[in-house]
Ligand binder design. Sequence first.
Ligand code: ARG
Length: 405
Amino acid sequence: MNESISKVVLAYSGGLDTTVAIKWFTEQGVEVVTFTAEIGQGTDLEDVERRAYEAGAVKHYGLNLVDEFVFDYVAPAIRANAKYEGEYPLSSALSRPLISAKLVEIAEKEGADAVAHGCTSKGNDQVRFDITVRALNPDLKVVAPTRIWRWTRQQEMEYAKSRGLRIPESHSKYSIDQNLWGRSIEGGPVEDPWNEPPEDAFEWTVSPERAPDSPEYVTLGFEKGLPSSLNGEEMGLSELIAELNSLAGKHGIGRIDHMESRIIGFKSREVYEAPAAVVILKAHKDLEKLVLTRRELQFKELADREWTNLVYEGLWGDPLRESLQEMIGRMNEYVTGEVRLKLYKGSAVVVGRKSQYAAYSLEVAGYDEGWYPTDEEARGFIQAWGLHTLMARAARRGVSKVGIG
Ligand code: ARG
């Protein structure tokens, strides 16, 4: 480490990298405060705390931040229909700014001069942590021990053993990061884009082949762009997501396999499980299409994509993200109603939608009755609609006749 620091707050997962990091810092005379957030990944906070102290932490913070994660990060992502490159619901990406903000808060409280994380030099997460922390407090140093020591897994194990550190039991062949909004599966057998992800990569979903033979219908109620009820039962958003993860997962819904363009200039093959996210995002978009005008929808797609890219690319701290989020929130003011979906063997299909704010009228749209433009009205509209095109064509042909009527 070439920067001199005396006290660091480390984002601690309880895994091998960050456990080794605690020891590594203390051996250089740096005091380590650890911080672990439970955001729906199912971490046993007490066990992690024990590990942290065993490895040499002087103080530990174990915080359950599920609701904060859901309200401040997942909720805007739902309103923004956020799927990076059309597929990835940003589950890991959304958690980084929250963890960064807490690291900064704790560092300020503890009088630490640095924060640290366990990310490697190839991933997106390091970019998200480093930039978000510095956007919040430019005086704090950000240290990534694994980027400095560059040990192999074997070397880390040897270091841990020689220092008598308890090595986390079973280490999966995948690199997993998970929270309530989704589970990322990287590494090992999925690194080759041609290999079908093995069944043991998945924990939240059954394979569609093994899903129940009869479909299940669910109704999601939305209020101002956020799900508020499941099958008629009012529910807090965190609870609803958890419930839907198991319900949709049981039907084999939520497996995502795509080639992802990373911030750091290369592509990687990414596999995710995000049953609730897949269902909610599909339903939300559908409801927007019922309520918003054509122009709102077209414009919102641009805003949504920009918001999603900023979050993926580690720029949560950019002022543009806030401005877009405000506007996207405002455009969700009337996205209230219900969406009915059919869950069946890996697919979630919207089969019904309704809203008190629907910009739809059966009287206008129906073929059987109600409003019908006359021939004259229809031709007048078509004439005006096509006039720019017809005039340009006529001019290029060198004639003045535009084919009126
Ligand atoms: N590719 C995803 C992203 O950049 C997932 C990252 C998951 N992180 C991990 N340590 N496995 O958001």
